[in-house]
Design a protein. Structure first.
Length: 80
């Protein structure tokens, strides 16, 4: 019964068509994804750098206190 309903939806919507295509051989190579991984790493670094810019004080006498403030009071500060 469930199979019939699934086949009916698939015949009308074609949802399984994209999943039936084989994966291209070049997409399996990890070197193919290095550009996307570099962009994701850059975006994460840029966002975290902007958030650190709001809270971190680079003065040598206040750097430790600002780091402790980030760890203890800022939401997700230890992740940041």
């Amino acid at each position: 019964m469930v199979g019939r309903v699934a086949r009916w939806f698939d015949a009308r919507l074609g949802l399984s068509y994209e999943f039936l295509r084989p994966t291209p051989q070049y997409a399996i190579n990890p070197f193919y994804w290095l550009g996307a991984l570099a962009v994701v790493a850059f975006v994460i670094q840029a966002v975290s750098g902007m958030l650190m810019m709001l809270y971190y004080v680079p003065d040598p006498s206040q750097a430790y206190q600002s780091t402790q403030f980030i760890f203890q009071n800022v939401s997700y500060g230890t992740f940041l």
